[in-house]
Unconditional design. Structure first.
Length: 155
């Protein structure tokens, strides 16, 4: 299964579409061909949306700018603390630093839903794959799958 953590996917589905249309071109003009093409177009659109959602929307430059701003702010506040009787200020500075750092980590993690600490597993895609394999095996038990484990065409 292809991971979408970096916003890139396998080129295999595009090859499938081309092969699919060539295989069924003799049905062109018939209603069933239109249904097959519409289903393939829908699959392609949904795949494109998944790739778009997997691509981070916050540029790395902005993230690093926010991180640098946090470091500068915390350092400046730390320098301004009184030298004595500063326990309350130090505790406040540590808590604020922890909260702001946690906020940055959460923002970065949410921006990358298919990787990171908060990882969204491809449960729905895995279930769809299992159902497709089950249906194929039930309807053509003697036939081999038309692709290998990574989606490359074998026939």
């Amino acid at each position: 299964m292809v991971r979408h953590a970096d916003g890139n996917g396998s080129p295999a589905p595009s090859v499938w579409s081309t092969g699919f249309r060539k295989t069924f071109e003799n049905l062109a003009g018939q209603p069933v061909f239109g249904m097959l093409v519409a289903a393939d177009n829908k699959r392609s659109d949904e795949r494109e949306e998944r790739l778009t959602q997997a691509t981070s929307s916050i540029p790395s430059t902005i993230f690093w700018f926010l991180l640098a701003t946090l470091v500068i702010t915390v350092t400046a506040l730390g320098i301004c603390l009184p030298r004595r009787n500063n326990r309350g200020q130090i505790i406040t500075l540590v808590v604020i630093t922890a909260l702001l750092t946690t906020a940055l980590v959460i923002i970065r993690d949410v921006d990358r839903p298919f990787g990171g600490i908060i990882n969204i597993p491809p449960t729905a895609m895995g279930e769809t794959e299992r159902q497709a394999h089950r249906d194929f095996a039930a309807n053509g038990p003697a036939a081999d799958l038309p692709c290998d484990a990574v989606g490359n065409r074998t026939t």
